[in-house]
Design a protein around this ligand. Structure first.
Ligand SMILES: Nc1nc2c(ncn2[C@@H]2O[C@H](COP(=O)(O)OP(=O)(O)O)[C@@H](O)[C@H]2O)c(=O)[nH]1
Ligand SMILES: [Mg+2]
Length: 418
């Protein structure tokens, strides 16, 4: 082999090696670039704020009262429905627990509304609620004395039945031969049952406006009441009750005072597949969240929108301003079908004072009595109705997710007397 041939072979071999090295480098660079792009795509899908912000904070021209540039646009999160990727949830600051749970959640089936009352009635006859038993034991005595009648009166007053209804009840019982003329327990029970049913109001229409045949869509329900009465819990339980009846529901976290309140609502929503509209900014304008939720519920064709509110009660005018504004901005989109006042049954007369304030501030179309399970004050059902002239529509009988039932007077009275 000549020298020149050796040189040619060496050059060719060197070129082949260079080509292989360049090929490997280019291939590695390409795959690295693809990987980076992939990460960018995932990240952009995970950021909801941009996309949500596009459908806009409230336009000043349509609702000047809710447009506040400092407020971040509320967004729908917590939905189990297939949302466009742009509004998939991202952990809000301080809400990572909820968002993490939402990734692995499984939807629960709520108990049907018809089977609830039977299960929950037993909780009224617990030892903490002695009204029925006490009345029954007095009224089955022979020859009732003046003292016995005083005891009846005291029992009713202690149970928060209220002065007016107590008088009506005692008068009715005193004129009933089944009570005065005999000590037969069966007859006394019948008489007592009939009189109690009468003051509780058996024939009253207690359907939620949202389930009436002529209900607006979405039917907006605003939950009001002081802190700790059970508004957020009841909003969640009510969403479950309505879902069990085949309704599509959305919730709005218009208690923007604490992020924890929105998280709490979101947890309820996630379990039963109900989207929650919230602002991630503490102290955002509650009316802005409510307005946005009304818009979204309209756009999604939801049957019901439940609006949870804060229970701050520093003074009446402050409360009127806040609740009035929430109501007004919602009504720019849809009428408000219902305002449910949530009252803690264990607070007795104090609850009635609150009821009066809320009724004046926003108007109330129905009452939810919570914590009746631990209360000896079942009579508040009667006094709150007499006070507000609106019916008790729902009762909370425990902390479980399905421990809320449509109020049933016969079931209630039987629960007290069993
Ligand atoms: N025993 C019982 N507890 C309830 C009932 N409803 C609500 N609660 C509890 O009351 C507390 C306050 O409820 P929450 O919904 O946060 O009240 P909010 O401040 O009005 O929103 C929570 O611990 C609830 O679990 C009920 O019907 N029975
Ligand atoms: Mg709350």
């Amino acid at each position: 082999m000549s020298d020149s041939t050796v040189v040619v072979y060496a050059v060719v071999a060197a070129l082949v090696v260079i080509a292989i090295v360049v090929g490997v480098v280019v291939a590695r660079w390409r795959s690295a670039t693809r990987g980076r792009r992939g990460e960018e795509n995932v990240a952009s899908e995970d950021v909801p704020a941009k996309t949500v912000a596009e459908d806009g904070p409230t336009s000043p021209s349509t609702a000047p009262s809710v447009a506040r540039s400092s407020d971040r646009a509320p967004e729908i999160i917590g939905s189990l429905k297939d949302e466009p990727s742009g509004i998939q949830p991202l952990p809000a600051p301080g809400t990572s627990g909820v968002a993490a749970a939402s990734g692995t959640r499984t939807r629960e089936s709520p108990e049907s509304s018809s089977s609830r009352w039977t299960r929950l009635r037993a909780r009224l006859s617990s030892t903490s609620n002695p009204i029925g038993r006490t009345l029954f034991s007095i009224l089955t005595r022979d020859n009732l004395s003046a003292q016995d009648w005083e005891d009846v009166e005291d029992t009713l007053l202690m149970a928060d039945v209220g002065a007016e209804a107590t008088e009506t009840l005692v008068e009715g019982l005193r004129s009933d031969a089944r009570v005065t003329g005999t000590s037969d327990p069966g007859q006394v029970r019948e008489a007592l049952r009939a009189r109690l049913l009468d003051v509780v109001g058996e024939g009253v229409d207690r359907r939620l406006n949202a389930v009436r045949p002529d209900a607006t869509k979405p039917s907006v329900i605003i939950m009001v009441g002081v802190n700790g009465t059970g508004k957020t819990t009841t909003a969640g339980k009510l969403a479950r009750l309505l879902v069990a009846e085949g309704k599509t529901v959305m919730m709005a976290a218009a208690d923007t005072f604490r992020a924890a309140a929105a998280d709490q609502l979101q947890t309820w929503g996630a379990k039963v597949g109900v989207p929650v509209v919230r602002s991630e900014k503490d102290g955002a304008d509650p009316a802005s969240v409510a307005f946005d939720a009304a818009d979204k519920a309209l756009a999604q064709g939801s049957d019901v929108l439940i609006v949870d509110t804060a229970g701050r009660l520093q003074n009446k005018s402050n409360l009127m301003d806040e609740l009035g504004k929430i109501r007004r901005v919602i009504e720019k989109r849809v009428p408000v079908a219902e305002v449910l006042l949530v009252l803690d049954a264990t607070t007795g007369q104090n609850g009635l004072t609150q009821a009066r304030v809320f009724a004046e501030a926003i108007g109330v179309t129905g009452v939810v009595l919570t914590k009746l399970d631990g209360s000896a004050k079942g009579g508040i059902v009667v006094s709150v109705q007499n006070e507000l002239h609106v019916p008790v529509k729902l009762v909370g009988l425990g902390e479980g997710p399905d421990d809320l039932a449509v109020f049933d007077p016969a079931g209630f009275v039987d629960g007290l007397l069993s």
